[in-house]
Design a protein around this ligand. Sequence first.
Ligand code: PNS
Length: 168
Amino acid sequence: MRIAVYPGSFDPITLGHLDVLRRAAGVFDRVVVAVLVNPRKAPAGEADDRMSAIGEAVAEALPDLVGQIQVRIFDGLTVDACRQAGARHIVRGLRAVSDFEAELQMAHMNHRLAPEIDTVFFMTALEYGYLSSSLVKEIARFGGDVSSMVPAGVAARLRASAEEGPRL
Ligand code: PNS
């Protein structure tokens, strides 16, 4: 079975992430979405929220692929998440040339840590090439409409937390 891990912060998941996930599921038998819990970053939602947002988005946007996609939380090295999942590939999306340098470095480093694991890149669809989770959060925080950028459930959560006011 060809298994890949798609690691990321997914804070929150965007339509760009879903596009990469859909295309990865066309190549791999199973794609494990590994949600990074990084105590140094201040996540907008807890990891469980991010996980359930991904699960809901997959069920809604990619219903045919639900059986192929798993969502897990991880707080260590991506290569360890791959080994745990039995994956030989890491999936990442490339939106623009500006992503390339950091992604190249990460791919080489992961390959050095685990020579049996390769990184595979999918070019994010052009219409999502400008999307990023942090921009989406910023727009939502100031009351902007992000409904064309993120799954409906995520847009609703962002709207609700913007209405609650800023976190202290
Ligand atoms: O969505 P992001 O924030 O761009 O994802 C970055 C991520 C989670 C893929 C990267 O930070 C990562 O792999 N973190 C886990 C720790 C690790 O393995 N670090 C070494 C990478 S070479």
